[in-house]
Design a protein around this ligand. Structure first.
Ligand code: KIV
Ligand code: ZN
Length: 518
């Protein structure tokens, strides 16, 4: 088998999706899970983008064991230095630097010349190489660029010591045959490329990201850049779970494999969905809730007789089978800790006490507490730890005869409780607007979604909201047995995230030295 490295960019390209804003605690939790998934490389962030991202990348580099930890840098000295500062404490650090080679980008975005681009590539790779042995270089928008010129820039990067060359289809424009042909041309024009790892990075604007990535592997690439649930700029990146399962399920035919621990896929997908607020579409390949469901009578009948009649893989392979009962109403702290450890969460001290309190509250209301309930609860606690706006309590009078009136108590980031009241169109509307009054933040609700964590009448409710503040979207989630409570928790968190984003944007505006992000 030919090994293909999985370079996960959920925490960098994925985090650039509209509305997503992960804090350091959340990024660290996802990075630990990516390590359990056994990805080869974690692109942990874009350290110069904000002090928060720098801290998150640094924490991941210091704490997460196993994968190579990469930080992204534009081709300029400040970016490369900042990326190195953030990743240098990792056991295996990598600097990933990039500059566009397409004329559209060179002319309009960089407002530079091809000669400038060659100089930037040379200088940034040389600078990165002086700091770090492992250097990746990407000619951005390569698939829309002049091939000879891109080859020239790649040659420069190799001359300066780049060890991985990544060829991005930045705007998701390529077709599989064309992309494979492009990579073959690059091998022909730059024979030394065979001494480096060739990498693919495909966006999904035409729904071809996974197909293009696979074509790239067939053309010689041995690193695939991808993201959990396919999140990323615009239509997203190649979805990690899809490319990994394609490589696994058809390995006998194509001869490639990865080191991914596929049983961790479903759990990683749920964690990323919860923390980003990006729902997974029900029919999403591999991780959608219908990916292994059979609706029509003929299909159900076939699967009951023999699973392989309508299934090409087993749900257990991707970890979609594990929602057994783990704890009961009378379980103690020790049993909870053990169950959480089995789920991959190492929780102690105050965090364990808090989780235990939440567990007891839920166990009182819910007959069965399952693995998925616990997972939802702990992820929710994680959000809590961030401490922005927190819903403390609410009263709402709901009636079909008069508009509902809500009063809420919200704890602000400084720890003060603030109260607000509002008469709204419905109980959810009244609570949300009362939270606006309490916080003094006048955000608009853009999306509102309720999911059940598991099946059954007593299922935990998980609410996701997206709000907009000053034109910027921000997401928040909440979990509770009561939907109104889950909604209020989610909304208060989204407001907190919106305020944080507005503060970061204001700081970035002040820093004129910052050019646009990739
Ligand atoms: O899409 C892209 O070109 C990128 C680069 C930074 C690799 O994300
Ligand atoms: Zn990208």
């Amino acid at each position: 088998m030919d090994h293909v490295q999985i370079f996960d960019t959920t925490l960098r390209d994925g985090e650039q999706s509209p509305g997503i804003s992960l804090n350091a605690t959340e990024k660290l939790e996802i990075a630990h899970q990516l390590a359990r998934l056994n990805v080869d490389i974690i692109e942990a962030g874009f350290p110069i983008a904000s002090p928060g991202d720098f801290e998150a990348v640094q924490a991941i580099a210091r704490e997460v064991e196993g994968p190579i930890i990469a930080g992204l840098a534009r081709a300029n000295p400040a970016d490369v230095d900042r990326a190195w500062e953030a990743v240098k404490d990792a056991a295996r650090p990598r600097i990933h630097t990039f500059v566009s080679t397409s004329d559209i980008h060179i002319e309009h975005q960089l407002q530079a010349t091809r000669e400038d681009v060659k100089g930037l590539a040379r200088a940034s790779v040389a600078q990165a190489k002086a700091l770090c042995d492992d250097v990746e270089f990407s000619p951005m928008d390569a698939t829309r660029a002049d091939r000879e010129f891109t080859a020239e820039v790649i040659q420069i990067a190799l001359d300066e010591g780049a060890t991985t060359i990544n060829v991005p289809d930045t705007v998701g424009y390529a077709m599989p045959i064309e992309y494979a042909g492009f990579l073959a041309d690059l091998y022909a024009m730059v024979p030394e490329l065979r001494n480096a790892v060739l990498s693919v990075h495909c966006h999904d604007d035409l729904g071809l990201a996974v197909a293009n990535s696979f074509a790239g592997v067939q053309a010689g690439a041995r690193q695939v850049e991808c993201a959990i649930n396919g999140i990323g700029e615009r239509a997203g990146n190649a979805s990690l779970e899809e490319i990994v399962m394609l490589l696994k399920v058809r390995s006998e035919e194509h001869g490639f494999d990865t080191q991914i621990e596929t049983k961790e896929i479903a759990k990683t997908s749920r964690l990323v969905s919860r923390l980003t607020g990006y729902a997974v579409q029900p029919n999403k390949a591999i991780v959608g809730r219908n990916a292994f469901a059979h609706e029509s009578g003929i299909h159900q009948d076939g699967v009951l007789k023999e699973r392989t009649t309508y299934e090409i893989m087993d749900a257990t392979t991707v970890g979609l089978d594990s929602n057994e009962l783990v704890l009961g109403k009378h379980s103690g702290r020790h049993a909870l800790r053990q169950a959480l450890e089995d789920l991959g969460f190492e929780i102690d001290g105050q965090a364990l006490n808090q989780a235990f309190k939440r567990f007891k509250e839920i166990a009182d209301k819910k007959k069965h507490v399952t693995a998925m309930d616990l997972e939802a609860l702990v992820t929710d606690e994680l959000r809590e730890a961030v401490g922005t706006y927190t819903l403390e309590w609410f009263d709402v009078e709901a009636s079909t005869r008069r508009p509902p009136h809500a009063t809420v108590g919200v704890r602000d980031p400084e720890g003060r409780e603030r109260q607000g009241s509002f008469t709204g169109d419905g109980p959810v509307d009244a609570i949300f607007r009362a939270i606006n009054v309490a916080t003094g933040v006048d955000a608009q609700l853009r999306e509102f979604r309720v999911d059940a964590v598991t099946g059954g009448q007593d299922a935990l409710g998980e609410v996701s909201v997206v709000v907009e503040l000053d034109g910027q979207p921000a997401a928040g989630q909440g979990v509770a047995t009561d939907i109104l409570e889950a909604a209020g928790i989610a909304y208060a968190r989204a407001l907190g995230s919106a305020v944080r984003k507005a503060q970061v944007a204001a700081r970035a505006d002040e820093d004129a030295a910052l050019a646009p992000t990739p």
